[in-house]
Design a protein around this ligand. Structure first.
Ligand SMILES: [Zn+2]
Length: 209
């Protein structure tokens, strides 16, 4: 582990049965933490049993209230979260639920960015127009949580090269990268295309060369 990473410790661990709207059920071991650098209430969901010798499957998922809870069609966060829970439950690992809405700019600013996107900007341009970075997410707390859980090598479930690069810099060995599925809908097509063309996400979209 990176010696400069501040130490966090597990604060509580509770078992929570999960049932998703499509009927999928599993059980999570939900962890809370002391010592996370930003003071926010991030969670680690331990899922499945990690039996083999390889690294656990880990997905850092950034909170998206509109997509995760309300099924917003403007992004693919809800389907990505649902897919990640099932895949991690099968392989054994952790879903890190990070409280950094709107790529780190917050919920209200994300909705302001939607308004700008309705005027023609893409999701990254809209954040910049609001005076934010195109992506302000920081994975320091993800690395802290993994260290507290005793995990220093992961199979990373993500299409986002920035997540892998940040975790490596923070001392987490990304031994394998596992892509998520493509959750395309008419309402999120331009959003997904921007992820590919602006941030090099590894998504196979039929309309992006
Ligand atoms: Zn979203």
């Amino acid at each position: 582990m990176d010696e400069t990473l501040p130490t966090a410790t597990v604060r509580t661990r509770v078992t929570v049965p999960l049932r998703f709207p499509d009927g999928y059920v599993t059980t999570a071991r939900v962890h809370t933490f002391h010592g996370l650098v930003d003071g926010r209430e991030h969670l680690a969901f331990g899922l499945g049993e990690h039996a083999d010798a390889g690294p656990p499957l880990v997905r850092p998922h950034s909170e998206c209230l509109t997509g995760d809870v309300f099924g917003s069609q403007r992004c693919d966060c809800g389907p990505q979260l649902r897919e990640a829970v099932e895949r991690i439950a099968e392989a054994g690992g952790y879903l890190l639920y990070l409280r950094q809405e709107g790529r780190g700019i917050g919920l209200y600013a994300k909705l302001d960015a939607y308004a700008l996107q309705d005027g023609g900007l893409d999701t990254y341009e809209a954040n910049l127009a609001l005076g934010h970075g195109s992506d302000e997410r920081d994975y320091t707390v993800a690395a802290q949580m993994l260290a507290a859980l005793g995990v220093d090598r992961v199979a990373l479930l993500s299409n986002n090269p920035d997540k892998a690069a940040q975790l490596e810099r923070l001392g987490v060995t990304v031994a394998d990268r596992v892509s998520t599925g493509v959750h395309l809908s008419p309402a999120n097509a331009s959003y997904l295309a921007a992820k590919v063309t602006r941030a090099d996400h590894a998504l196979d979209l039929p309309f992006v060369p």
